[in-house]
Design a protein. Structure first.
Length: 76
């Protein structure tokens, strides 16, 4: 099955840039793994949205439960 998932991220005021960079790197690594494994098909950045970052992703999973596990980072 394919799922269209929207993410919005909000960075709290005062968050150190090093922490933001660390988390962005971790998210990029997770996305690459999901792509390699055939679960992440495509990502789009949404423009004109009030959130600090708004992304839409097309995912493939066998069920909604599997998708939840993938998005929680427990796909390995």
């Amino acid at each position: 099955m394919e799922f269209l998932v929207e993410f919005e991220t909000h960075i709290p005021d005062g968050t150190p840039e090093s922490e933001v960079a660390r988390r962005q790197s971790a998210e990029a690594t997770a996305a690459m793994e999901l792509t390699r494994d055939g679960h992440l098909v495509r990502l789009w950045n949404r423009s004109g949205v009030q959130a600090e970052a708004s992304v839409v992703g097309l995912y493939r999973a066998g069920s909604a439960d599997e998708l939840d596990h993938l998005l929680a980072g427990s796909h390995t």
